[in-house]
Design a protein around this ligand. Sequence first.
Ligand SMILES: Nc1ncnc2c1ncn2[C@@H]1O[C@H](COP(=O)(O)OP(=O)(O)O)[C@@H](O)[C@H]1O
Ligand SMILES: [Mg+2]
Length: 336
Amino acid sequence: MAGSGHASLRNSENVLLSVRDLVVEFPISRKERVHAVSGVSFDVAEGETLGIVGESGCGKSTVARAIVQLNKITSGVVEYAGTDLAQLEGEDLRRVRPELQMIFQDPISSLNPRRRIRDVITEGLSIWNEGTGSWTQERIDELMNAVGIDPKFGDRRPHQFSGGQCQRIGIARALALDPKVLICDEPVSALDVSVQAQVLNIIEDMKVRYGLTILFISHDLSVVKNVSDRIIVMYLGKICEIGDAETIYGSPRHPYTRALLASIPEPAPTVDPSEGNIIGELPSPIHPPQGCRFNTRCPHATEICFSVEPTVNAVDGNDHFVACHHPVEVGVSLPA
Ligand SMILES: Nc1ncnc2c1ncn2[C@@H]1O[C@H](COP(=O)(O)OP(=O)(O)O)[C@@H](O)[C@H]1O
Ligand SMILES: [Mg+2]
């Protein structure tokens, strides 16, 4: 796919999921629309964990929901294993859809409170496979053991479990469908810090055990940087920066990435704490700023930033891409 004009590509041969020029808008009145996602392109290679980070409201969940066809795509393409998902209907969609599963932020409310967890875990089988799923009791027990829930509690209902346990059950429910791609939308954001690491470990274990490809979404860069191979930084419906996790942490070029990195508990050594002080609030996605969408808050903004929208351009090699007219210069490291 090289040469297609998109800088956000990874030159990789095993691309499993490819998002191109994704636009999702929500009409809210006859004249106004929420510009939730405005032209986002990226690839996810088979077996990788791609993180998406950005503050609340920047469009992360909308990207996730558009990929699994829960949000209608305004324009653009979501290609999974060579097939444009938006073009699939009926039986074709039913066959592919189980391969992309999501887990959500609020583990307790995402589980049906009236069902026993054994039935919660297998409910997707009846939705997507019309009860023809081949999960035997042993396989369900194996799955429960894998996520650390004793199968002897299978008859209990969700409210009898803690938030962390409910998230494990949510993971088991997603895995029951034998997915290839697991989309984790703020999977630990509602959990106590002490429980977060356990759930992240389960996700990592499941990735290895079941050969998953993961899209990991969080507003919290300190979480994303630890679990991701590569990271996308989003701001107000657009991509600011894409790179390997080490690159994003070690040589961030976009002022917004740097602001996020200056605000986490262990700030990156390459950023100054003062870079975390970005002014004002996220502008309304109903009337996003002209030019660069970050211009109202950017300490480096000049005239061009208010008139010309920056494209996503390659910098420094290593699959590092930045959408900024004035990418911050970072120290040149010596070749190893
Ligand atoms: N169904 C919807 N109708 C109208 N606006 C929506 C809808 N879903 C999301 N939005 C808006 O789209 C923007 C992006 O939302 P979202 O993708 O949930 O962001 P994030 O997950 O990064 O917090 C927000 O302004 C949000 O209010
Ligand atoms: Mg969200």
